[in-house]
Structure formats: structure tokens, C-alpha cells
Design a protein around this ligand. Structure first.
Ligand SMILES: *[C@@H]1O[C@H](CO)[C@@H](O)[C@H](O)[C@H]1NC(C)=O
Ligand SMILES: *[C@@H]1O[C@H](CO)[C@@H](O)[C@H](O)[C@H]1NC(C)=O
Length: 640
């Protein structure tokens, strides 16, 4: 069979300290390297700042304790950690890789020398551990806080902890220190670890390997495919592919949703790996796996805040209203879904990927951090327990992904291809598009206000492509104050082609309003959205057993300078705030029963959502005065 050739393109990653050397297949657009984007004042920056406080204060000797102890080096003077990094915790040292990534990202975006020094000195200490393997009785390259013999248990099919899961995190952290800082020690330690993985897995049969893959192994294919990308050495692709698990890949490749009952965060990193294996090899099946998995999760397993899973597991497709429990939406899943989303966007830069990205990052990610914690502590292993992490006694998986994600909030705000600059997210920030000698500053606090201003400095010709979110209607765009007549339908990129000059400003008005995000399985239960944020009702210390009935006609915004709202539910006046302010200090309602209609003039009106298709929810006709009807079946659209 003749296959269409897919061009592999090598795009220099501007700004990345150690750029990749091998070309990617099937990529048509790129997000900017995080070294090219800085956050400006916003809730995103507040989250980042809190995490930076923690990153700069955490005691490195404590974080090194288990590595040094395991590799037979002195731990003198260092205290032991508790929680998931306690010296007897089975997969201790899963956390440190997230710190390495976070420090390196802090350096990349902010050029913060303290972050860089923490990363490089930590790597130097890890290298000493690895170099002591002879004395510790470990094979060359091994590096972990638990003994190498744990892998014997895994390979022999004995009860085993998630050894590759923890190893993957250290490797991913070293990779980030290498590519974001250019640290050669990080490269050397990483390549030695990868050689150890190669050695360890090369001697196993395909069947033995498939058995091993039944135990959670993080994103081993992901990091190995990225090592190939960084080195160009095809050996690493061979090693990456040993981690392809056929028992799940088979039904994902044929687009058969068998997610029910699967542990979510065991699986999502494998799909990020599949996306990167596609980019490394051009093998279509990998892309199918990644894309099908994304579609399944986003369309049939995702709550209004962008998170998925209940008690860490996927449930039957579309079953949302039956699982509105306190242990939904594990944070790590969303952190990994953002990575997957970004990969897929680069292969097919559609706004639907960024609609999801915006919802997940603005709600679930921002809200997984306690705004009252100066160290940015976050959720427990799963959301809803009301327990925040601590400096040294938690180290849950989601604490690790939180530390990493809150230093990567500038990721995916902007993207580019040969002719275009994509504005994907409306987050105050400054882009340095060094390839074009252009800077773009974005200001405007959506959705506190509905207007964003982009100011260009430098001169260049390109298409500015502005994402028009599905939550708005009648978007307006002006250049230097002159209204542009460009197509700006919700769920598309509006395009302005121009020879841009220094000082040009673009204003984008994205009218705001309330809208409903119904549960897939029960349209009578819905969350309430306002712009990109999901609102919750504050019930203080009162318990709420069933979804209260919100009278939609009573919804009001009560401030023009903050996101404060009221509505009447079950006859009681309730204040509503963004989900990300929910925290652990009060009980809240995210999904409501409802009656009546949303007040006109708030964006989502009967005029806009004129007609539902069929008896079940299949979509809406979007009819705006003076424009033609367009069909929209976005997953969160709602007909009133
Ligand atoms: C974050 O910290 C920086 C540096 O201290 C400061 O300039 C900025 O105002 C802070 N941002 C927010 C939103 O607090
Ligand atoms: C591979 O593993 C074996 C057994 O642990 C060891 O003897 C050998 O030195 C290793 N080879 C490399 C290249 O690390």
C-alpha cells in the first residue's frame, strides 16, 4: 500500500538552550518555547509567584536524602521527608523530577538565576549518586531513591511498586534541565539512565515486556522519544517503542472507548508518548491513538472544569451526573491532558483543542492551588478532599504536577507557523517572537472585562490569528481603533493579515455572558459558565445533598471589577464565584438543576441558541442577527 509521504520538518526552537536536532513528522504549527513568553499581572501570575516561593525555599538536602541514602552517600545533617517521599515510601523520589522541570522553566521564562542554580546544583548531586553505583551495587546508569532490585520484582511478576513511573519523572526533569538550561551534566545523567533502561529492557521478550506494562509506568515512551528528538540517535525510538502497551493501544487505535474502569493517570501519559512517537516516526497509528484518546476523554469523560476521572478512574462514557462526588477530577490527569492537547494542536491547529486547554487551565489547574498558601500548596491526590499539601510531608503526585504546571502557565498562550501568529489564550503576557524580531504584549483581564489589547513592537508581516472562543458571540476586532470586518465566528481563528508596525494595537472584544455546561448524560443538570470560568455557588458550611435548582433568570453579576455573582437557588440567594476560588474553605455546588432562562443581554440568549437538533442534545444553531446560521456541536453548547 502506498502511503502518503508526511514531511518531517526541523524547526529550530528559538530560545531553547539545547534545541532538538531531529525533525518532527506531521507538525504544521508550533507553540512558542517558554523562554519566549513571560506572564504579566493576573491570576496566572499569582499562581506562578506562589509556586516560585516554594521552589526557592525548599531544602535541597532533604530532597536528596533518599537518593544519597540509596546510592550509599552520606545523608548527614539532612532531615527526612514524610508523605510520598518518606524513606520507606515504596516509590519515593517520584517528586524530584517535577522540581527539576519547575526550576528549569522558572529559568527559561524568567531568567531567574536562583532557579537555574538550584537545578544545576541538584543535578550535580544526582550525578554523584549515579557515579557511586559501583559501591552501591547498582548497574551503571541506575538512579533512584529505591533499590534496583525492585525491578527484579517487577520483571518476575512479583508484587511491585510503580518503579518506571518514578524513574520517568526523574528522567523528564533531567530532560528539562538539559533543554531549558543547556546543562551538560543533566544530559549525561539522563543518557546514562536511558542506557540503563535500554539494557534492562533489551533482554526481555515482547511478552515479558507487555506483562511489565501492566504496572503504571508514567510516560516512558514520551521521555525516550524526546531523547531521540534531542539527540537524533534512533536507538532511543527503539527503546521507547518497547513501552507501547498493545492491550490498550488496540482499542484506542480502532476508536473504541473502553476507558471505563481504567486508572486515568496510568493511561494519559502513554497517549502523550504516542503523540511524540508519531512525531518521531510518522507512523499514523500513533497519531490515531493520541487523537482518539483525546476525543474520548474530552467529549465523553470530562467535567465542566476540564478535569476527568472519579476516584482516579475513568467511568462509562458520558456518565457525568452519576459521578458528581468529592473525589472527581484528579489534577495529574489534567496536567497530562494539557500536554496531549498541545501535541495534537501542533499537528492540526484547531481552536477546539484550545477551547479545551483554556477551560482546563483556567479552572482546574488554577483552582488546584490554594490562594491562601504563600507556597502555592495544592490539592490532595484527588480533588475535593479539602486537604492541601505541605512543604515536606505530602509530596503527592498532584503536588508534583502542580509545582511543574504552575511554572509553565505561559505555555500555549501563543503559537506560530510559517505565516501566522496564533493567539490561543487570553492571558496577560509578553511574547518575544525573536525569529521575527517582534514583541507582542497582551493586556486585559478576561473575564473581569471583555476586552484584550495586543500591542506590537517591531515590524513584520504576518497573519495574526485570534482565537474566538465558543463562549462568546459577536466578537469585535479593531486595529489601531479601526473596526475590522473579518470573520470572527465562535470556534474559529479570526485572521488579520498585515504588515505590522511598531506601536500597532489590536483590540479584541469578546462579549461575556452566562451559559450552561450540561452534564453529557443529563441535560437537566448543568454547570454555569461565564467567559472561560466555571462558577460555583458558595454554601459556606452547609452540606448540599442534591443539585439545588438555580433560577437562571436571577443570575446577576454584582461587580464590574471582580468576578462576583448572585443567583437564587431553591429560593435562597447564593453568591457565586469562579471555581478557582473554591479552595477548601467552603462547601460549593458546581452542577445545578435549573429552571427558567438566562437573562437576555448576557450573551447566551434564546436568539443565539435558537434550535436544538433532535430529541437528545446534538447541537445548536447559532443565529446571530445579520449573519448566516452556523451549526455548532461544541461539547459545552447549550440550547435554552
Ligand atoms: C509576582 O512577583 C513579581 C516579582 O516579585 C512581581 O513583580 C509581580 O507583581 C507579582 N505578581 C502578582 C500578580 O502578584
Ligand atoms: C547491562 O546489565 C548487566 C546486568 O546488570 C550488566 O552486567 C552490564 O554491565 C550492563 N551493561 C551496560 C552497558 O550497562
Amino acid at each position: 500500500m502506498k502511503l502518503f509521504a508526511i514531511a518531517a520538518a526541523l524547526t529550530l526552537v528559538a530560545g531553547q538552550a539545547s534545541p532538538p536536532v531531529s525533525a518532527d513528522y506531521g507538525v504544521t504549527a508550533h507553540t512558542f518555547d517558554i523562554s519566549q513568553v513571560v506572564l504579566d499581572d493576573s491570576r496566572f501570575q499569582q499562581n506562578q509567584n506562589r509556586t516560585l516561593n516554594y521552589l526557592k525555599s525548599v531544602d535541597l538536602n532533604r530532597l536528596l536524602y533518599n537518593f544519597r541514602s540509596n546510592h550509599r552517600l552520606s545523608t548527614q545533617g539532612a532531615s527526612r521527608n514524610g508523605g510520598w517521599d518518606a524513606p520507606d515510601f515504596p516509590f519515593r523520589t517520584h517528586m524530584q523530577g517535577h522540581f527539576l522541570s519547575a526550576w528549569s522553566q522558572c529559568w527559561a521564562s524568567l531568567k531567574d538565576a536562583e532557579c537555574r542554580n538550584r537545578a544545576t546544583s541538584f543535578v550535580a548531586e544526582l550525578q554523584k549518586c549515579q557515579n557511586n553505583n559501583g559501591a552501591a551495587g547498582f548497574a551503571a546508569g541506575y538512579l533512584s531513591g529505591f533499590p534496583e532490585s525492585n525491578f527484579n520484582d517487577l520483571e518476575a511478576g512479583r508484587s511491585s511498586t510503580v518503579v518506571y513511573y518514578a524513574l520517568h519523572k526523574t528522567m523528564a526533569g533531567l530532560l528539562d534541565v538539559w533543554r531549558n538550561i543547556g546543562d551538560q551534566n543533566a544530559k549525561n545523567v539522563l543518557l546514562s539512565m536511558a542506557s540503563w533502561v535500554d539494557n534492562r529492557t533489551a533482554r526481555l521478550s515482547y511478552q515479558q515486556m507487555q506483562t511489565i506494562l501492566g504496572v503504571e509506568y508514567g510516560g516512558m515512551q514520551d521521555v525516550l522519544a524526546e531523547i531521540y528528538r534531542q539527540t537524533g540517535d534512533a536507538k532511543w525510538i527503539t527503546v521507547a517503542r518497547r513501552f507501547d502497551q498493545e492491550s490498550t493501544n488496540s482499542w484506542l487505535a480502532s476508536n473504541n472507548d473502553r476507558l471505563n474502569g481504567n486508572h486515568a493517570n496510568t493511561n494519559i501519559p502513554k497517549w502523550v508518548g504516542a503523540a511524540r512517537e508519531y512525531k518521531a516516526t510518522g507512523t499514523q497509528r500513533y497519531q490515531d491513538i493520541a487523537r482518539n484518546a483525546w476525543n474520548m476523554v474530552v467529549n465523553a469523560h470530562t467535567y465542566a472544569i476540564g478535569g476527568n476521572s472519579q476516584n482516579e478512574h475513568f467511568r462509562p462514557p458520558n456518565e457525568i451526573s452519576n459521578y458528581l462526588t468529592k473525589d472527581t477530577a484528579e489534577h495529574c490527569n489534567t496536567y497530562n491532558m494539557l500536554k496531549l492537547t498541545k501535541e495534537l494542536w501542533t499537528m492540526s491547529p484547531s481552536t477546539s483543542y484550545m477551547d479545551f486547554y483554556e477551560r482546563a487551565v483556567t479552572n482546574h489547574i488554577l483552582g488546584a492551588q490554594d490562594p491562601g498558601s504563600s507556597h502555592g500548596h495544592g490539592v490532595g491526590p484527588v480533588w475535593g478532599g479539602g486537604t492541601w499539601s505541605t512543604d515536606y510531608d505530602s509530596f503527592w503526585c498532584c503536588q508534583g504536577s502542580g509545582v511543574e504546571q504552575n511554572t509553565r502557565l505561559m505555555d500555549a498562550i501563543y503559537g506560530y507557523d510559517d505565516t501566522s501568529l496564533f493567539v490561543n489564550l487570553y492571558v496577560p503576557s509578553t511574547l518575544s517572537w525573536s525569529q521575527k524580531n517582534v514583541r507582542v504584549r497582551q493586556s486585559g483581564q478576561v473575564p473581569v472585562t471583555d476586552t484584550v489589547t495586543l500591542t506590537v513592537s517591531g515590524a513584520a508581516t504576518f497573519d495574526l490569528r485570534l482565537r474566538i472562543p465558543t463562549w462568546t458571540s459577536n466578537a469585535e476586532i479593531a486595529v489601531n481603533g479601526v473596526r475590522q470586518s473579518v470573520a470572527a465566528a465562535p470556534g474559529s481563528y479570526a485572521r488579520i493579515s498585515r504588515a505590522w508596525a511598531a506601536g500597532d494595537t489590536v483590540t479584541v472584544r469578546l462579549p461575556l455572558g452566562f451559559y450552561l455546561i450540561p452534564a453529557n448524560d443529563n441535560r437537566n443538570i448543568a454547570a454555569i459558565g461565564y467567559g472561560p470560568v466555571v462558577l460555583i455557588g458558595n454554601y459556606g458550611s452547609s452540606g448540599v445533598s442534591a443539585a439545588p435548582t438555580m433560577q437562571l433568570g436571577t443570575l446577576r453579576r454584582t461587580s464590574t471589577t471582580s468576578l462576583a455573582f448572585t443567583g437564587t437557588a431553591n429560593g435562597q440567594s447564593i453568591s457565586l464565584v469562579p471555581w478557582y476560588d473554591g479552595g477548601a474553605s467552603f462547601n460549593y455546588v458546581t452542577y445545578w438543576a435549573y429552571s427558567g432562562t438566562i437573562p437576555p443581554g448576557n450573551g447566551c440568549t434564546a436568539k443565539r441558541y435558537e434550535q436544538c437538533g433532535g430529541s437528545g442534545f446534538t447541537g445548536c444553531k447559532v443565529c446571530e442577527s445579520g449573519s448566516t446560521c452556523q451549526f455548532s456541536n461544541e461539547w459545552y453548547s447549550q440550547c435554552l
